[in-house]
Design a protein around this ligand. Structure first.
Ligand code: SF4
Length: 140
């Protein structure tokens, strides 16, 4: 991303190839009891992650003579390996880039972050390195 001066890295779980057409596939494993929570709060992150792979790989695969679909798939497995859901996600470049710009500005402190509900932060694996969590919890 030259305009934003950031480097995007991605490592998709799998690619489905049919002739010269390619689809990104992302795999997530979760327990059945947390499916509702995941669908509501984690699904947007997984969708953005999948869209990031599409953004990165579209020109790369294009140069190799393949066409990457603008639709990626998120597979949800339970802990025994059974498929619970397959969620399609659609990549729209303009919308993706608007979100990316906002994320970069927030990380640079140029735009305010909107803190999520506290219960989400308490379960978040990134809270020890998160500006919001650290600032809210170091004031006490
Ligand atoms: S700890 Fe930070 S990254 Fe995690 S959910 Fe809260 S605000 Fe988001």
């Amino acid at each position: 991303m030259e305009d934003l001066d950031v480097m995007l890295l991605g490592n998709p779980d799998d690619l489905r190839v049919k002739g010269r057409r390619v689809w990104i596939e992302e795999y997530k494993t979760l327990d059945r009891d947390s499916l509702g929570f995941w669908m509501m709060f984690r699904r947007p992150c997984a969708e953005y992650q999948t869209q990031t792979y599409i953004y990165i790989l579209t020109p790369v695969l294009g140069e190799l003579g393949y066409q990457l679909s603008r639709r990626g798939y998120i597979w949800l497995f339970d802990e025994s390996g059974r498929v619970m859901k397959v969620l399609p996600t659609r990549f729209i470049e303009e919308y993706y880039l608007i979100q990316l710009e906002r994320i970069v500005k927030m990380l640079r402190g140029e735009e305010e972050m909107i803190p999520p509900h506290r219960f989400k932060c308490r379960q978040c694996e990134f809270r020890e390195v998160c500006r919001i969590w650290v600032s809210e919890n170091s004031e006490k």
